[in-house]
Design a protein around this ligand. Structure first.
Ligand code: HEM
Length: 370
C-alpha cells in the first residue's frame, strides 16, 4: 500500500493555524474569481449560441459583449489569487501534492498552456466584442480550456488524498500521461464548481446591469436573477453529492467536527441568500439599485468561504485516516518575516479593492455616456 513521503525536517517558519487561515482566505478569493470566469464563459457561450440561431435578437449579442469585456480582468484575478493558496498548499500538503502532480505530470504541466490559451482567447473575444464582431468560437474554446483546468485541479486535489492508488498508477505508466480514475468524488466536485460558478455569476450579471441602461440592463438583471436562483438549487444538490460521495469515515469525521458542521450551515445560509436575492432581482428586473446585488454578493461570498472550510475539512479528515496529520509539524516562528508578509498582504488587498472600485466607477461613467 502506498503512503506519503517523510515530512520535511526543516521546521515551518510560522504556526500551522496562520498558514491555515491564510490558505483558506486566499482560496476563497481564488474561487470567487474562478466562479466569475467559468460562469461568465458559460453564459457568454449560451448567449452567442442562441443569438446565432436567431433567438432573442440583438439583446443577447449585446449581453454576451457586456460579459466578454470584463473577463480578461477576471482572469488576472484568477491567476494572481491562485498563487498564494498554491504556496500555502505546498507548505502544508507538499508531500501529497508533489507526488500527485508528478503522477499526472503531463496534465499538470498542461495547465500552463491551457491558462495562457484561455487568457489569449479572452482578450481576443473582448476585442471582437468591442467591434461587435462574432466571437462564438473563441468564447467556446476558452470555456473548454478553463473547464479543463478546473477538471485537472479537481483530479490533483482528489488524487493527493489517495496514496493507496499511486503505486499501481506509476507502475501502469510512469510518464504522467493518465489522469486519476475510479474515484467517485471527482465528478461531484467538478459539477459543484460549475453550478456554484453559475450561481455567483448570476449575481455578477446583476452588478453588470448597474453599469448599463435600457433593455440590456433589464435583460441582464432578469437572466442574472434567474440564473442565480436555478444554479443555487443545482449547487445545493451538487454539494450534497460531494458529501455523499465521500467514504463513510470521512462523512462521519465532517459531521463530528463542530467547525465543519457550522461551515456547512453557513454554506446553506449563503446559498439561501443568493437564491432569495436572485428571485427578487428576477421578479423586478426594471428596478435599478445596488442593494439586491450587494446582498447576493454577500451571500455568494459566504457560501464560497464556508465551502472552502468544508472542503478543507474533507481533506484533513481523509489525510488523518491515512496517517497524515497536517497539524503535527515542527514550528520555529520567524515573526519578523510573518509581520512583513502580513503588511504586504494588506497593502496588496487594499490595491485590489481600489482597482475593483476604479473599474466599477469607470464602467458606471462609461454607461452614463452611452
Ligand atoms: C482557468 C484557470 C483556473 C481555473 C478554472 C481553476 C479552477 C480551480 C478549481 C476548480 C479548483 C478546485 C479543485 C478542487 O479541489 O476540487 C482549484 C483549486 C486550486 N487552484 Fe485554481 N484554477 C485556475 C487557475 C489557477 C492558477 C493559475 C493557479 C495558481 C497559480 C491556481 C491555484 C489553485 C490552487 C492552489 C488550488 C487548490 C489548493 C488547495 O486545494 O489547497 N489555479 N482551481
Amino acid at each position: 500500500m502506498g503512503s506519503y513521503p517523510e515530512v520535511d525536517p526543516i521546521p515551518l517558519p510560522a504556526p500551522v493555524w496562520l498558514f491555515k487561515v491564510l490558505h483558506l482566505f486566499t482560496m476563497s478569493l481564488h474561487f470567487t474569481a474562478v466562479h466569475l470566469l467559468l460562469g461568465g464563459l458559460l453564459v457568454g457561450t449560451v448567449w452567442m449560441l442562441a443569438a446565432r440561431r436567431g433567438k432573442g435578437g440583438g439583446v443577447r449579442t449585446e449581453a454576451a459583449g457586456a460579459v466578454a469585456r470584463p473577463l480578461p480582468i477576471v482572469m488576472t484575478y484568477v491567476i494572481n489569487l491562485g498563487v498564494p493558496p498554491l504556496l500555502f498548499t505546498q507548505v502544508l500538503y507538499g508531500r501529497a501534492l508533489y507526488t500527485t502532480s508528478v503522477l499526472i505530470g503531463a496534465y499538470w504541466i498542461s495547465i500552463v498552456g491551457l491558462v495562457m490559451t484561455t487568457y489569449f482567447l479572452l482578450y481576443y473575444a473582448e476585442r471582437k466584442a468591442t467591434r461587435s464582431a462574432p466571437r462564438l468560437w473563441p468564447t467556446l474554446v476558452a470555456l473548454v480550456c478553463a473547464a479543463s483546468v478546473a477538471f485537472i485541479y479537481v483530479n490533483t486535489m482528489t488524487l493527493m488524498l489517495r496514496p493507496e492508488v499511486w503505486p499501481a498508477m506509476y507502475a501502469a505508466n510512469p510518464s504522467g500521461v493518465h489522469l486519476s480514475s475510479g474515484d467517485p468524488t471527482i465528478l461531484p466536485r467538478w459539477g459543484f464548481m460549475l453550478t456554484s460558478a453559475l450561481a455567483t455569476t448570476g449575481i455578477g450579471l446583476a452588478f453588470l446591469a448597474q453599469t448599463r441602461t435600457g433593455a440590456l440592463a433589464v435583460y441582464l438583471r432578469q437572466v442574472g436573477g434567474r440564473t442565480s436562483l436555478a444554479a443555487t438549487l443545482a449547487a445545493a444538490l451538487a454539494g450534497a453529492w460531494v458529501l455523499t460521495s465521500q467514504p463513510a469515515v470521512v462523512r462521519d469525521g465532517i459531521l463530528g467536527s463542530a467547525i465543519d458542521r457550522w461551515a456547512g450551515v453557513l454554506w446553506a445560509a449563503g446559498l439561501a441568500v443568493v437564491a432569495a436575492a436572485g428571485l427578487a432581482i428576477a421578479a423586478k428586473p426594471t428596478a435599478k439599485g445596488w442593494g439586491l446585488p450587494t446582498l447576493g454578493a454577500v451571500g455568494a461570498y459566504l457560501a464560497i468561504a464556508s465551502w472552502v472550510v468544508v472542503r478543507d475539512g474533507i481533506r484533513d479528515v481523509t489525510l488523518r485516516g491515512k496517517a497524515y496529520e497536517v497539524w503535527d509539524r515542527a514550528v520555529v516562528t520567524n515573526w519578523g518575516v510573518v509581520i512583513l508578509f502580513l503588511v504586504i498582504l494588506l497593502v496588496g488587498l487594499a490595491a485590489i479593492a481600489w482597482m475593483v472600485h476604479a473599474l466599477v466607477r469607470g464602467k458606471g461613467s462609461e454607461a452614463s455616456h452611452a
